[in-house]
Design a binder for this molecule. Structure first.
Ligand code: SF4
Length: 430
């Protein structure tokens, strides 16, 4: 089998982006809503609490997705707003205030409270941004209260993280000194964050912050001398909010796999004037280890045909990793939204033979998938079970958000998430 090891170049007008046909679909979609992001965001920000203002459906979604333990003091909950007419709105606001006051009195360790909107019509009528301002005044000095929407209307589940982080941006302190700093944006597992912090320090980038921070007391400063790297590809609103604060986006491939991580770090190294030789010597041992760890997965995955349904917005960088580092044959790469400004590097590295689709028309896509007969389908939970029943091997895309997958040390774990379902199916067939 041929292995493609492609350099990840800067996107240019001569790149594939310009000439690649992109199929746009605007039909029925099969995705989770933005409330799902609470599951990994509450683990990341350790003194935050997420109060969903929603219906019983929202409560069920969050609880079953998070698998709440009965004795745990969870850091999320749902204030259930029942159906009521406009005349009942004042009561709903009073009720919300009462719930928040009771919660904060009982849980003094909460320092950052997110009021998370949802899509039931009775919730849409409530103005949660005004509620956040009103409650912030009451609890000033003890807890910061922010709001964002996790609604399932016109979103996909990773937009919950984007909306959450974007709501934090106005709270970030102004960078006061002239020293330039690097801001890494996107929720990363702590272990991954620590590895990147060490690599940036070894490279010689002195001031590095991460957003979201681990606690609300560690809000990173932002200003005209802040350069930011996205660690996740779905942070459009957050990126815009940071640019409005004067920060500069560093366009880069995403740090997935040995080569993706190296290319991501290179963009930061170049932006901070790190010498090429020093960069190469700093990353070489970890990149070499990561490439070696990928070898057994390359053996299993090379030549396998993969079909992505649009779900996590990680599809394009994942497809780049699978194609260029593992020799996977990309049949279709569906993604809910295609932000070319953020995805240009990864998109340019995909072969022109891969069908790239933005948006979804799920029935048409299922027909294409059945006709293509891929070896592995990457999709949301709602499609995985029926496709398994039809004989397809599947991978739940949501798992990619729950697992540490970025960086050199995680490259093999990321590859294993794709090779495992194929190995399992081979065993079942024996
Ligand atoms: S926000 Fe909307 S889509 Fe999400 S669980 Fe609640 S009702 Fe369902």
């Amino acid at each position: 089998m041929t292995v493609h090891v492609l350099p990840i170049a800067a996107p240019s007008s001569a790149g594939h982006c310009a000439e690649r046909p992109i199929l746009q679909e605007r039909g029925q979609r099969e995705v989770f809503c933005g409330l799902t992001g609470i599951i990994w965001m509450h683990r990341k920000i350790q003194d935050a609490f997420f109060l969903v203002v929603g219906s019983r459906t929202c409560a069920h979604l969050v609880q079953s997705a998070a698998g709440v333990m009965i004795f745990a003091e969870p850091r999320f909950a749902t204030a259930i707003i029942d159906e009521r007419d406009l005349a009942g709105l004042a009561d709903a606001n009073d009720e919300l205030d009462r719930v928040v006051n009771r919660l904060l009195a009982r849980r003094p360790e909460i320092k950052l409270l997110f009021l998370v909107g949802s899509c039931p019509s009775e919730v849409i009528k409530l103005d949660l941004s005004r509620a956040a301002v009103r409650l912030s005044q009451v609890h000033a000095g003890n807890v910061r209260i922010l709001n964002y929407s996790g609604s399932g209307i016109e979103t996909t589940f990773t937009q919950g993280e984007d909306a959450c982080i974007a709501s934090i941006v106005p709270e970030l302190p102004h960078a006061t000194h002239d020293q330039s700093s690097l801001l890494v944006v996107g929720a990363l597992a702590d272990v991954v964050e620590d590895q990147f912090a060490r690599l940036f320090a070894d490279l010689g980038i002195k001031t590095v912050h991460f957003l979201p921070p681990r606690t609300s007391e560690q809000l990173p400063p932002v200003g005209a001398n802040t350069k930011f790297l996205l660690a996740q590809p779905f942070l459009n609103d957050t990126a815009r909010a940071l640019e409005e604060r004067g920060a500069t986006h560093l366009p880069a491939p995403f740090p997935l796999g040995a080569d993706g991580t190296a290319a991501w770090l290179k963009v930061a190294a170049d932006a901070f004037g790190i010498r090429r030789e020093h960069y190469a010597a700093t990353i070489a041992p970890a990149q070499k280890r990561a490439r070696a760890a990928l070898e057994p997965h390359r053996f299993r995955l090379s030549g396998k045909r993969i079909f992505f349904f649009p779900d996590s917005q990680l599809e394009v960088p994942l497809a780049r990793f699978l194609y260029s580092e593992l020799g996977v044959d990309l049949v279709e790469v569906g993604t809910p939204y295609l932000h070319k400004r953020h995805l240009g590097h990864d998109l340019d590295a995909l072969p022109l033979s891969a069908r790239v689709v933005e948006g979804q028309d799920v029935d048409k896509q299922l027909d294409r998938c059945r006709a293509d007969k891929p070896d592995l389908v990457v999709c949301g939970l709602g499609l995985a079970n029926p496709l398994e029943a039809e004989g397809f091997a599947t991978k739940w895309s949501i798992e990619l958000l729950f697992s540490p997958v970025q960086g050199f040390e995680q490259a093999a774990d990321l590859a294993e998430l794709f090779s495992r379902p194929l190995v399992r199916r081979t065993r079942l067939e024996v």
